[in-house]
Design a protein around this ligand. Structure first.
Ligand SMILES: [Zn+2]
Length: 306
């Protein structure tokens, strides 16, 4: 009888419920975020001919000075970072019948063991860094090139030694003339004569039978986007011009673009083309949706997750 009374008292105490449900919702949030990230790392999109793996590197906020700060939704509050942009970083691994392609290389973050997260993620999906044959760079902001090379003493070693790295020549020349490290990393110019780098000198062109590129500008002066086609599938990598699903159908200009007006114009043209030609878009900074197709409904565009 005594025990019964104690239990009854606890169960009818509103504080008990408040405490219990707060803990329960906290646990549910933790499970959702943990599973989301784990699943994204191991998830695979099989198109008719290609396999696509998002390689989630982490969640971040960027302030007005372009400083990246890790953002953990479990412990950090968006309200504490007023004016910041919140995003994930997702390089992509794309496997065609002839190549293992990496789309940008992330910030170059390392795990607790000191290993590059991108290496860890590539291995989780069954490949090795040495398997990469092509690396495509949309532009040279540091959250896109941080995983390109590792400093060893007074020189760099390429992280993907068997890959040909494609970079816009004009973007390269421009950023190496600036003393600003929102672009690339220190000493980047030392890679100028690397046999591993192939500079793209035309405003648009073909890399091989499957890959074409276009210069869009807008986000940076010589920002590139890439199209990879095989077996009837058309994968589109929009870099930071079309970088998250929330930009689709939005009229908002972004303070993260160098020329916000041009970026918006280019983005809208790409969105319309993507919908008309059923491109499979990969979103480098997507948080909830990393890959999707854009559909048009009475002049309105939206993303359907794939
Ligand atoms: Zn950028």
């Amino acid at each position: 009888m005594q025990n019964y009374c104690i239990i009854f008292e606890i169960e009818t105490n509103p504080l008990f419920y408040k405490f219990f449900f707060r803990r329960l919702s906290f646990f549910a949030l933790f499970c959702t975020i943990y599973l989301k990230n784990e699943l994204y790392i191991v998830s695979k999109i099989n198109t008719t001919a290609m396999k696509i793996y998002p390689l989630y590197e982490g969640s971040y906020s960027i302030d007005k000075n372009h400083v990246f700060k890790s953002f953990d939704p479990i412990v950090d509050l968006k309200a504490d970072r007023k004016g910041a942009t919140f995003l994930d970083i997702n390089p992509f691994l794309l496997v065609t019948s002839t190549d293992v392609i990496l789309l940008d290389t992330g910030l170059g973050q390392r795990n607790e063991a000191g290993e590059l997260k991108i290496f860890d993620n590539i291995r989780k999906v069954g490949y090795q860094p040495e398997d990469i044959t092509i690396v495509l760079f949309s532009h040279l902001h540091k959250d896109h090139v941080g995983g390109l090379a590792t400093t060893v003493g007074d020189h760099f070693e390429m992280n993907f030694p068997n890959a040909c790295h494609y970079i816009s020549k004009k973007e390269w020349e421009l950023v190496n003339s600036l003393q600003k490290y929102t672009y690339r990393f220190k000493g980047f110019e030392m890679l100028e004569n690397s046999e591993h780098i192939e500079f793209l000198t035309e405003s648009m062109g073909m890399i091989n039978d499957q890959i074409t590129y276009e210069t869009t500008g807008g986000h940076t002066d010589f920002h590139l986007v890439f199209h990879i086609k095989e077996g009837g599938e058309h994968v589109f990598f929009g870099g930071d011009i079309l970088t998250m699903p929330e930009q689709v159908g939005s009229r908002l200009m972004s303070k993260n673009d160098k020329d916000p007006k041009k970026a918006l114009e280019v983005r809208n043209v790409l969105v319309a083309r993507a919908a008309a030609e059923k491109w499979l878009c990969v979103f480098y900074h997507g948080t909830h949706i990393k890959t999707g197709r854009i559909i048009e409904n009475n002049g309105n565009f939206e993303v359907v997750e794939v």
